[in-house]
Design a protein around this ligand. Structure first.
Ligand code: ADP
Ligand code: ADP
Length: 228
């Protein structure tokens, strides 16, 4: 049983730019997936479809067996968490605590459940000491942790990160690799969009390579080492 199944997905932006031209693939539960491709390949457009932020114009997406459409849009947002490349796109509340609470509150959990989830996510990310701080004053790496905590607080089965290593210092990159490993141990399906072929070759089990709106190649990480 696939955790994500994408079949013949097409998408064009309003200005007519075609971003996806018939993308199909399926992913096994618990897999570590690297999504590679140069700027403009269609990675972000694809990722936005996987959690219902964009709905297919043509083609079908199934997540945990359910087709994504208007009716399952909210459901899928809880099942699939996205950490955007730039934390300023997703960290905006007046305190770190409120920021991490935003998702669970939106999902309608009780205040006890929200508190439990937020405290847990802050602890996992090692940012409890920042909980009263305004996120806009934090360093880039700290903001990134807040953004990840906000996603973890939803306890999604599938976690997507768009260029997670970008702009992090070496220490931040090491921490992030540990977080990915920990999520993998929890049985999460992980999808990381990256330009970094070395990281993908070292980390991923499954590699998807996009180019110009199509899936150019799909395979194991050996696909990357063979190319060198
Ligand atoms: P990637 O994430 O791989 O860099 P994107 O999915 O961002 O690729 O972009 C795919 C294509 O869609 C590119 O040609 C890009 O210029 C275009 N595109 C992305 N966002 C928009 C937008 N909001 N409006 C119009 N075109 C867009
Ligand atoms: P790409 O085109 O590869 O997606 P961009 O150069 O557009 O990457 O940068 C992505 C985002 O990261 C931008 O919104 C930018 O403001 C932010 N950014 C770039 N450099 C830094 C940095 N050193 N610190 C914090 N944010 C940055």
């Amino acid at each position: 049983e696939s955790v994500i199944e994408v079949s013949d997905l097409h998408f064009a932006y309003r200005d007519g730019t075609t971003a996806l031209r018939g993308v199909s693939f399926s992913l096994e539960p618990g897999s570590k997936v690297a999504l590679l491709g140069s700027n403009g390949a269609g990675k972000s457009t694809l990722l936005l479809h996987l959690n219902g932020l964009f709905l297919p114009q043509q083609g079908i997406i199934r997540v945990l067996g359910r087709e994504i459409n208007k009716k399952t849009e909210l459901w899928v947002r809880q099942k699939v968490g996205i950490v955007f490349q730039d934390p300023d796109d997703q960290v905006f509340s007046s305190t770190v605590w409120e920021d991490v609470a935003f998702g669970p509150l939106n999902m309608g959990f009780s205040s006890e459940e929200v508190t439990r989830r937020v405290n847990w996510a802050l602890e996992v990310m090692g940012i409890q000491h920042l909980q009263e701080k305004p996120p806009h004053n934090l360093s880039y790496g700290q903001k990134k942790r807040v953004a990840i905590a906000g996603v973890l607080a939803l306890d999604p089965e599938i976690v997507i990160m768009d260029e997670p290593m970008a702009f992090l210092d070496p220490r931040g990159q090491e921490d992030l690799k540990e977080i990915l490993e920990w999520l993998h141990e929890q049985g999460k399906t992980l999808i990381v969009a990256t330009h970094d072929v070395d990281f993908a070759a070292a980390w991923a089990e499954t590699v998807l390579v996009m180019k110009n709106g199509v899936l150019l190649r799909e395979g194991t990480r050996e696909l990357l080492t063979d190319e060198k």
